[in-house]
Ligand binder design. Structure first.
Ligand SMILES: [Zn+2]
Length: 305
C-alpha cells in the first residue's frame, strides 16, 4: 500500500518523491491498514497485555546494523528507520483503545518530535567519516517522513472525536461526511449531502430549522425580528449543551469498547456481533453529534450575518 504524505513538516516544503508506505489516512477508509496492536504500553489500566503478536512486522531489521528494529529507531545503533506502515495507535505503541492518557500521549509526541528532528538526524550520519552522504540523506528523509506520520497520528489521537472516528475507520466503518466542505459542496452543486440523521433528532430540530429559514428570509428582506433572534439564540445554547452531553455519552461507550478489547487481549472470545453493536452505538452518537455541530454552525452563521 502506497500513500502520499500529505502534510508539510513544520512549514518546510514537502520534498519531492516523498511517497512511502504510510499509516491509513483518516478520510479514506478504503486504505485502512489492518494491524494487530498489542505491543507495549497500556496507559489506561494496570492489566498487562497477554498476547504476544507483534505490533508490526518485527522480522524487519535495522538497515544499518541488522538488529531487530522497533518502529522509529534502532535500539542497538540509534539510527532512524524508514517509516513503518502502521496505524496511528501502533505508531505510539498504544493498544487500540479509546480512553487514552492524553498527557502521556503529548509527552511521547514531544519526545519523538525531538528525536525525529530531521536536522538532528542529519548529524546522526556524521558519526562516521566519509562516504556516508547517502546514508545521511536517507536518515534525514526518513526523519521527515516519520515526523509527518507523527504529526498526523498525534493530531488524530489527541482529539476525542477524531480518535473515535479513526478507530471506527480502522474497524471498517465508513463514516458519513458532514464537514463544512461537504455542506458547501452540496449547496453549490445542488446535490444531496450524504448524511445519516436519526429521525427522532430531525423531528426534535424541525421547528428550529423552520425558524432559521424564517430568519434567513427576514434578513434577506432587511427586516428585524428580535423575538425570533432571541428564541433561536436560546435554542442554540440548548444545542451546545446537547453536543457536550453526547460527548459524555460517547465516553461511556469508550469504556465498553475498551473493556471488550481488554477481554479479547486476555484471551476471552468477543463475538463479531458484540463488536458490531459497540461500533454501531458509537456511530449513532457521532452522527447525532455531527448533525448538531453543523446545526449550531448554521445557527451562528444566520445570527451573525
Ligand atoms: Zn541498528
Amino acid at each position: 500500500m502506497v500513500c502520499v504524505v500529505l502534510n508539510v513538516w513544520r512549514g518546510r516544503p514537502r520534498p519531492r518523491n516523498l511517497t512511502t508506505t504510510q499509516p491509513p489516512v483518516p478520510t479514506d477508509s478504503a486504505r485502512v491498514c489492518r494491524v494487530v496492536v498489542n505491543e507495549g504500553k497500556n496507559l489506561n489500566t494496570s492489566t498487562t497485555m497477554t498476547t504476544a503478536k507483534p505490533a508490526f512486522d518485527e522480522t524487519q531489521s535495522c538497515w544499518s546494523c541488522g538488529a531487530p528494529r522497533p518502529i522509529h529507531f534502532c535500539e542497538a545503533c540509534g539510527k532512524v528507520q524508514p517509516p513503518a506502515s502502521v496505524d496511528y495507535f501502533t505508531f505510539f505503541r498504544l493498544p487500540r483503545k479509546l480512553n487514552l492518557d492524553v498527557p502521556a500521549l503529548e509527552k511521547d509526541f514531544y519526545d519523538l518530535s525531538r528525536k525525529l528532528h530531521p536536522d538532528l538526524n542529519a548529524r546522526a550520519g556524521g558519526k562516521d567519516t566519509g562516504g556516508k552522504e547517502q546514508e545521511k540523506e536517507n536518515e534525514q528523509e526518513w526523519s521527515l517522513q516519520q515526523s509527518s506520520q507523527l504529526n498526523d497520528a498525534y493530531r488524530t489521537l489527541k482529539d476525542p472525536i477524531k480518535r473515535t472516528q479513526y478507530l471506527l475507520q480502522l474497524e471498517g466503518v465508513e463514516l458519513e461526511e458532514q464537514s463544512k466542505t461537504a455542506t458547501e459542496q452540496a449547496r453549490s452543486t445542488g446535490q444531496l449531502k450524504k448524511q445519516i440523521v436519526p429521525p427522532d433528532l430531525l423531528e426534535e430540530v424541525f421547528e428550529l430549522n423552520m425558524q432559521l429559514e424564517e430568519l434567513r428570509m427576514h434578513k434577506k428582506m432587511g427586516e428585524d425580528d428580535p423575538a425570533l433572534i432571541d428564541e433561536i439564540g436560546r435554542q442554540k445554547l440548548e444545542l451546545e449543551e446537547k453536543q457536550e452531553a453526547l460527548l459524555q455519552e460517547l465516553k461511556t461507550r469508550w469504556k465498553m469498547w475498551d473493556g471488550m478489547i481488554q477481554r479479547e487481549h486476555n484471551g476471552q472470545p468477543v463475538s463479531e456481533e458484540e463488536r458490531r453493536q459497540e461500533r454501531d452505538k458509537m456511530v449513532d452518537i457521532l452522527n447525532r453529534r455531527n448533525y448538531i455541530r453543523n446545526l449550531v454552525r448554521d445557527v451562528s452563521e444566520v445570527l451573525e450575518n
